[in-house]
Design a protein around this ligand. Structure first.
Ligand code: FES
Length: 509
């Protein structure tokens, strides 16, 4: 098996039974906020344009790059489709001209004339843009796990698909929390420090579970080249920066005695044969330059993309919209269909622009001008970005506005997942799906386990991680190691997010 790394988590996998192009990403994403790091804009992509198969893990725009796919990928490629419960990925790919789809089943191996493919599909409302996935590719001799940025909630399920010769895993931040919030500086530093440590720990834990002899950090960090965002880059390996680079993670692995990690950059080639692995790089500069003086590297990268960025910003909006009226017409019918989501939000979310503030009232089910009432969330944002979301009728503002980090957020209290779920479900089809998911989870089977004197429900109320594996009990606190949410075992209340509750009780001695 030969794997050419294309940057971020893009890769071209060649086997004796066919080739698979995975998540090629070249076009800056999220209103020009994210760029691949290290840069891949000089890569000769011609050798990757005619794959036998195409795999796109999910629709986030640093994985699904429609412009690049349309310009470069032969639509005769057969698409390896995760078993998503919504058809959005297939629909997007059909619109690009792809016609042949291999419909996989979650966790079931498919044999494609010798090429073995297994896709894990994650379908909770919080998973990616309503769906995320990971893929296992084998050729009878070698098997690799491209875990991507998916967070499987069961180590046992992952391990059962092995053994693996190689694992690709995300380790760096891919979110706007906490950097886009208006937390006071001390709190911000603490939250960011915790976030960085938690995501590195989680990735290391996956590496330990999977126990592949070769590990490749991927799927981040992005580079932020726009002047408004440049400070988000981890230029100095600060322990309060949530976007550590590949060398930081490899150092973290080494600190824990794990020596299986390899650095790859766009153009690196990994050869896996008979248990042996060799990694070669395009040249010495490609492997050292991005990390030696990152500021200088990013400055050059930014200068090269300055014209593109200026055009991107100029294209955000082409006219002035009546925000209240247009969002009322769009959102109120959705609020009416979303009783569980609305109850979960339980208040007002405000979109505040320089000259107008829109209140989305999840209790009253209405959209109106904000009159200064208390809010659950307030998002201060450039009006042109909201207008762009309206003009393009973007049904997933998480996969556009929020991942751009081009806003300032204020929240009262803990994280509220329902707010973000609503903003990724801005169509009847999407919100109906999300409501059905929540209704199903509510009626879930009762499975409990006992640990340290507590009877605890087995699956985490956040994203159903198996708490037998991910639950850590200390005193009367349970921490789910998947996203580090904490629950008070005395009351079941979630300390990390409003509206979530763990069913648990103390066992009488
Ligand atoms: S699944 Fe996310 S914290 Fe448990």
């Amino acid at each position: 098996m030969r794997i050419t790394f294309l940057g971020h988590v893009g890769m071209f996998v060649e086997t004796r039974h066919g080739s698979v192009l995975c998540d090629p990403w070249f076009t800056p994403a999220y209103f020009g906020s994210w760029f691949p790091f290290p840069r891949n804009d000089r890569l000769d992509v011609a050798p990757f344009e005619h794959p036998d198969f195409l795999y796109l893990s999910h629709l986030h725009l640093d994985h699904f790059d429609p412009d690049w796919l349309a310009a470069h990928v032969d639509t005769n490629a057969r698409v390896l489709l995760p078993e998503f419960t919504v058809p959005f990925l297939e629909r997007e790919l059909r619109a690009l001209g792809f016609r042949e789809f291999v419909r996989t089943r979650h966790g079931e191996r498919c044999d494609l004339d010798g090429l073995e493919v297994t896709i894990l599909a994650f379908n909770a409302p919080a998973d990616g843009p309503l769906g995320d996935s990971a893929i296992v590719i084998g050729d009878g001799e070698t098997r690799m796990l491209n875990q991507n940025d998916a967070r499987p909630g069961s180590a046992a399920e992952l391990v059962a698909l092995g053994p693996f010769d190689a694992q690709f895993v995300q380790f760096s931040g891919a979110i706007w929390y906490p950097v886009a919030y208006d937390f006071p500086p001390d709190e911000m530093a603490k939250l960011a420090r915790d976030k960085r440590a938690n995501q590195l720990d989680r990735a290391r834990q996956y590496v330990e579970w999977v126990a592949a002899p070769h590990v490749f950090p991927c799927a981040g960090p992005p580079a932020f080249l726009d002047g408004d965002l440049f400070a988000l880059n981890d230029l100095d390996d600060a322990d309060t920066n949530i976007f550590p680079d590949q060398l930081v993670f490899l150092g973290e692995l080494a600190d824990h005695g794990i020596t299986s990690g390899h650095l790859v950059v766009p153009g690196s080639i990994i050869e896996l044969h008979g248990g042996e692995c060799t990694v070669s790089h395009p040249d010495e500069i490609a492997i050292t330059e991005p990390f030696r003086d990152k500021r200088a590297y990013l400055d050059r990268y930014r200068a090269d993309w300055a014209d593109w960025l200026a055009a991107e910003r100029a294209g955000w909006s082409s006219g002035r919209h009546d925000l209240v009226a247009e969002l009322r017409e769009w959102f109120e019918p959705l609020l009416a269909r979303a009783p569980i989501t609305s109850t979960g939000v339980g208040g007002i979310v405000v979109l505040q622009t320089a000259d107008e503030a829109v209140a989305i009232d999840f209790v009253a089910g209405e959209v109106r001008a904000w009159a200064g009432e208390p809010v659950v969330y307030r998002v201060d944002v450039d009006r042109r970005l909201v207008e762009a979301c309206i003009e393009r009728h973007l049904e997933d503002w998480v996969n556009s506005l929020f991942l751009s980090a081009r806003f300032r957020a204020h929240r009262e209290g803990a994280f509220n997942e329902f707010v973000m779920t609503f903003f990724k479900s801005l169509s009847v089809e999407r919100i109906d799906h999300v409501e059905a998911c929540y209704a199903m989870v509510r009626g879930d089977a009762d499975e409990f386990f006992v640990r340290d004197g507590w009877r605890i429900e087995r699956y985490c109320p956040h994203r159903q991680a198996d708490l037998l594996e991910f639950g850590e009990v200390e005193g009367s606190t349970l921490t789910c190691a998947l996203h580090h949410w904490q629950f008070d075992l005395e009351t079941g209340a979630c300390r990390t997010s409003d509206g979530k509750r763990l069913r648990c009780s103390r066992i009488d001695p």
